[in-house]
Ligand binder design. Structure first.
Ligand SMILES: *Cc1c(COP(=O)(O)O)cnc(C)c1O
Length: 478
């Protein structure tokens, strides 16, 4: 399997190249050159598999055997799954009123990014150790990516990570999960802004191709293909957990922010998985505007009760366009050029309609997030995080709408544990049970640098990258 860019100028990359590259030279994002198709019979034969075994069926389709021998690949899968604190990896909570919740938050930082990012960390180390090469990862986060990325690479010899998060916009636990990691290879920055601002800062670093190459910069945000690849497994697992007969359509409801998860779902569908995807979004409703109206015009992200979804700059959208236009990179180029010039673009009607056959949206206000958390607790004694609540809000909405009664089996993705979002739990008038892990993290020492106001952050970032490279060189000379 080889990889290409959504803008058409870069093709034929290996999995390793796709894994390690930050931004692609032509400004696009990477996708597999072809999407492998899974027959209904094959899908049926997978129905009893554990999450781990399912991952061992799906990932080999995207990684050439001469790049990672199967034995090694399966070893990496075992190692990543071992980091999840649940014997089933991704269990399903089956609650009354037909509410099925796929719990993807049993990882170290209690978020669904843990598992895919563990894989990315392990894949990276695998190749870097082989090549004796050092990589500096840049990551911008609205809260969850940062901590999961840090956990996936902390203490590793061949990798340093620089993680930037917006001051005052993450939950307290999210912030602590980043700042209490004091390993030498972890460099955390915070500054006043939004995660979109830091994404742009990163993008500027990568745009300087010479600089990015000299310092071997990589990224672990949802630009990273390997992360998306691992999320494809979630969809197959979710599907097989709730379908009554293999082959029928299932509705999968995903709390959506930057759309990395949506891309994985679109690929799963292209592989033949009969799913409909509902993107539940918070008041940052850009994804709903793009899917429903074709209007891609990001504004400044607002703070909401579901901070990991406070994103407007949906860089993954061009992957969705590429997939649904059957690889029309000229169209993607045209849309993105327009967007980069004017800050907005309009999706052509025909492409919009194709996407709408597979994907719909649901916008959820903060007020509705709180109401849903309470309702779910009252009915089921089950506490959901504010992100998961957006998906559950759709579930409740659908129950009340006769026009939406399609009787499809449905599953909502739980993207984080409520323990991570105490502020939202309290805002909803609920209480968290005492949690030892929370108490422990509150008492750990912290390490973090501030992006000072008025300073040129770009310079600060580049200096840090240089310092890391120099330190690595010095270590390896001595
Ligand atoms: C990252 C994240 C999301 C959004 O996922 P995308 O792939 O960016 O759409 C939703 N919920 C939580 C808790 C997250 O951490």
């Amino acid at each position: 399997m080889k990889y290409l860019s959504t803008r058409g100028e870069v093709t034929g990359l290996t999995f390793e190249e796709a894994l390690c590259s930050g931004f692609v030279q032509d400004g696009g994002m990477l996708l597999p050159e072809e999407v492998p198709v899974i027959s209904e019979d094959k899908l049926k034969s997978w129905s009893g598999l554990s999450y781990r075994d399912l991952a061992k069926k799906i990932t080999p389709k995207f990684v050439a055997e001469d790049e990672i021998p199967r034995e090694d690949l399966f070893g990496l899968i075992d190692a990543a799954v071992m980091k999840i604190n649940h014997p089933e990896t991704a269990p399903v909570a089956r609650l009354p009123s037909g509410l099925n919740i796929l719990e993807l938050f049993h990882g170290i930082t209690w978020a669904f990014k843990d598992l895919p990012l563990s894989f990315v960390g392990l894949f990276l180390s695998y190749f870097l150790a082989k090549r004796k090469k050092h990589l500096t990862l840049l990551t911008a986060t609205s809260g969850d990516t940062g901590s999961a990325a840090i956990e996936s690479v902390r203490g590793q010899e061949w990798i340093d990570i620089i993680c930037m998060f917006p001051l005052g916009r993450c939950s307290r636990i999210q912030e602590l999960q980043m700042t209490t990691v004091i390993d030498d290879n972890v460099h955390v920055y915070r500054g006043e802004g939004t995660s979109d601002d830091f994404d742009m800062l990163m993008k500027a670093c990568f745009k300087d191709v010479e600089f990015a190459r000299k310092h071997n910069l990589g990224t672990i945000n949802s630009f990273n293909w390997a992360r998306i690849m691992m999320q494809i497994v979630h969809y197959f697992h979710a599907y097989l957990q709730v379908c009554h007969v293999c082959g029928e359509e299932v509705e999968i409801v995903i709390p959506t922010g930057g759309c990395g998860n949506l891309v994985a779902g679109c690929i799963a569908r292209k592989m033949g998985l009969p799913i409909k995807i509902v993107c539940a979004v918070n008041k940052n409703d850009i994804v709903a505007r793009i899917i429903d109206k074709g209007d891609f015009s990001p504004e400044r992200a607002q703070m909401s009760l579901a901070p990991a979804m406070d994103i407007q700059m949906i860089l993954n959208m061009e992957r969705v366009w590429y997939l649904f236009s059957d690889g029309d990179y000229q169209l993607v180029n045209q849309l993105m050029t327009q967007f980069e010039k004017t800050g907005k673009t309009q999706v052509p009607e025909s492409l919009k309609q194709k996407i709408q056959l597979a994907v719909s949206t649901f916008v959820v206000s903060d007020d509705m997030i709180k109401k849903t958390m309470r309702k779910c607790w009252d009915e089921n004694n089950y506490l959901v995080c504010p992100h998961t609540a957006t998906a559950v809000a759709y579930h409740y909405h659908k129950l009340e709408q006769p026009s939406l009664q399609d009787k499809l089996p449905q599953i909502c993705i739980a993207t984080a544990s409520p323990a991570k979002f105490q502020e939202a739990v309290i805002a909803a008038g609920l209480e968290l049970p005492p949690n030892d892990a929370v108490l422990k993290i509150e008492s750990l020492p912290t390490k973090c640098e501030d992006f000072q106001k008025g300073c040129d952050w770009n310079t600060v970032l580049r200096q840090k990258v240089e310092e890391i490279s120099n330190r690595f060189l010095a270590r390896n000379v001595s």
